[in-house]
Design a protein around this ligand. Sequence first.
Ligand code: PEP
Length: 258
Amino acid sequence: PTSRTAIIAGNWKMNYGPQKASEFTMEIMPSLGQLMRSYPRILCLLCPPAISLSSVREVVDAMPAPRIELGAQNMYYEEKGAFTGEIAPAMVKELCTSVILGHSERRTYFGETDELVNKKARAAFAHRLRPIICIGENLEQFESGSTQEVIRTQIQGSLAGFTPEQAARAVIAYEPIWAIGTGKAATAEQAGLVVHFIREQYSEMYGTEAGDAVRILYGGSVTSENIAEFIAHPDIDGALVGGASLKPDFVEIVRKTI
Ligand code: PEP
């Protein structure tokens, strides 16, 4: 419902090795490709585990369709060198247009801070990768009414120091942690209020042009059953989808977004 192009991003998390990832991509590409050819106002991102990016890339290249791009689920900010187990921005750039940064699972299980997420986001811009920066409050924070405060702190930390052009190119994913993988999605009204707040904060930091341009996604138990409610909100530009992105339901989510 806005001038911004919608984004549906599938975060496969730690599921599907190279073989399974290739099979699943082959399964969804015919119907997904057809949708993408018919509707120009949506971008679709597939974000498999790093080890499966090449096999997904091969399938997508063999079944060409517009605006189906790949994203990594994480990366390091250094250029190269002695960082065992990490992948560098230039490596991601060989296969992907985008990279998810600061997912709540990375913040919770791997100790990622706003400061680290910010370094990674700057590295993404330096390599012309589109960062999808995740923010969101946990259940306790939600219940105690501190959502806005938490979000403000995360925005100020994770999104600091971008140029207005970079800020406009970034994508923000608002993911209330209590809604991730729980089957308990936020209501579109709740999510819409926070997303609107994020857009206001963003405008204060980077100007109204960037605030109007930035794509803000909702994430947390999105399925083909509820996507239409979220997408109907004027401030919500799409979704970051976890569980449902591992199934053909992902194509239905895309179908209901357009
Ligand atoms: C996610 O991983 O970002 C997510 C929102 O997961 P789910 O859709 O499974 O809640």
